[in-house]
Write a protein that binds this ligand. Structure first.
Ligand code: SF4
Length: 474
């Protein structure tokens, strides 16, 4: 139940006459990566793009009539959660443009760290931007390049942009799938019969009965022709990999396989290590659903304690419920979660969640558990304390609002109202990710050690002033 917000999900299909429907279904599977808006662009027989974009969930923005109009065997789709740029219709992807080298459509998951400088430079030399999204920078750079071929233009742009991008670029006769040299965000390649499919996570391949083929590697460009032939290029050096460690902790679906890991198994391992590092005597383990569930299972297995469904989640809460004019305490959290009294009454309860961001949701959850009769509450987090913001495609609060950037563990325990508080250590997280692989991850939001220049000054730590977020309990 992290307060971090994902990013985006992308889908590309080449060579299936049901392309629009397959993209639509895949976007459903990737809905957790972005709920603000969704869009699909397909390439029709005449060689031009058809598209539809809408605010809201995939199921709200598309219907049969719309999908029927999205003809063609090739297309791309995008689920958006805005990390860069505001909430405006122009920012809904895929973007499509007409350029001197033909029509292009683009769908991007990530964040460019040098976007503001690039944008300033482009504007100074005459570019007019339609959106506030950093993704549009790709388009301008591609359109203005003097290179002959689209592939050479892509390579030139990859040498200029910095930050995180798992990106799909559709042309009249090819789909390109690109991943930044650090590989922050996942991108996987699959096959569905003769068709080639590219998606953010394997759970989308499962839904459309596509076979997982492989991950697109950091720094790789995959060129998929409309006839289904695939070529691969590695045009930019990758000094190191930096997979986002928050993907396996929270963002990715537990039934996905990304970064060559089974996410469900990885989360159980994190829970088991968390138990080894910080267990206290208790009667029962419960999870904050949904993301804390595999970690709580791992915790329970490690300690031999029973795991109970102490909190039940209402899965039907839309994003559009109307707040009552009279303020009702904890209304938002109560709408989503309800405690099961028989699991909690008179028990010493270990509550496992994936992470602690501002801490304000935990305050409300723990208060509910206490009101349900728990005798003791021991909060355990399956990730290290989050002390820094992310600049690589994840919407994080400023440092002044990150609880762990402002308080030590004892102060955090007091703030959330727990009897004890424990976090998975960075060493424990690395152990879960495996000795052979852990150096391939980014841990920037846990230790401030970012794999590349973030393009921003690191915010100074407040001293006496603990920051507006904490004082006001936002
Ligand atoms: Fe992921 Fe944190 Fe690195 Fe951002 S800073 S890419 S959220 S690990």
């Amino acid at each position: 139940m992290a307060g971090f917000r994902e990013e985006c999900g992308v889908v590309g299909v080449v060579g299936d006459k049901e392309a629009a429907n397959l993209i639509y279904l895949s976007l459903y599977a990737l809905q957790h990566r972005g709920q603000e808006a969704a869009g699909i662009v397909t390439l029709n027989k005449e060689g031009s793009f058809s598209g539809h974009k809408a605010f809201g969930l995939v199921g709200d923005g598309f219907n049969k009539d719309i999908l029927d109009k999205l003809e063609g065997k090739v297309g791309i789709g995008h689920n958006r959660y805005s990390t860069a740029g505001g909430k405006m219709v122009q920012n809904i992807q895929p973007f499509s443009f007409n350029t001197a080298i033909g029509s292009l459509a683009i769908a991007h998951n990530g964040n460019l760290t040098n976007a503001s400088q690039l944008r300033k430079d482009l504007e100074k030399s005459g570019s007019i931007f339609q959106s506030t999204s950093d993704t549009e920078i790709f388009m301008h750079l591609l359109a203005r390049s003097n290179e002959e071929s689209i592939l050479e233009r892509i390579i030139e742009v990859m040498k200029v942009v910095k930050g995180a991008y798992s990106l799909l670029l559709l042309t009249k006769d090819r789909l390109f799938a690109l991943r930044d040299p650090f590989g922050f965000r996942p991108l996987v390649l699959g096959r569905r019969g003769e068709a080639v499919v590219v998606v953010s996570e394997t759970c989308a391949l499962d839904l459309i009965d596509a076979e997982f083929e492989r991950e697109i590697a950091p720094g790789e460009v995959v060129e998929i022709h409309n006839d289904g032939s695939v070529k691969s290029y590695f045009p930019v050096e990758s000094s190191r990999k930096a997979f986002c460690s928050f993907e396996p902790i929270y963002f990715a679906r537990p039934d996905s396989q990304i970064f060559n890991e089974e996410i469900y198994e990885l989360r159980k391992k994190m829970g088991a290590i968390l138990a080894r590092e910080s267990h206290v005597d208790a009667d029962v383990v419960i999870a904050v659903p949904d993301s804390g569930v595999p970690m709580a299972l791992g915790y329970g297995n490690q300690t031999g304690l029973p795991m109970e469904l102490g909190l039940v989640r209402n899965h039907y809460v839309g994003r559009t419920f109307i707040e009552p004019s009279q303020s009702i305490r904890d209304f938002g959290v109560k709408l989503k979660l309800n405690p099961v009294m028989s699991c909690l009454k008179d028990k010493r309860v270990i509550v496992v969640d994936d992470s602690l961001v501002r801490g304000t949701t935990s305050v409300k959850i723990l208060r509910m558990i206490r009101q349900a009769g728990a005798r003791e509450i021991h909060m355990r987090l399956g990730s290290p304390p989050i002390t820094h913001s992310c600049y690589f495609g994840v919407d994080t609060p400023e440092r002044s609002q990150l609880l762990a950037a402002q308080r030590d563990v004892e102060e955090m325990r007091d703030f959330i109202g727990a009897d004890s508080l424990g976090f998975l250590s960075i060493e424990g997280l690395k152990e879960a990710l495996g000795a052979a692989n852990s150096h391939n991850y980014c841990y920037g939001c846990f230790n401030g050690d970012y794999p590349e220049d973030t393009g921003r000054e690191i915010e100074p730590q407040p001293t006496d002033d603990r920051g507006p977020g904490l004082r006001s309990g936002i």
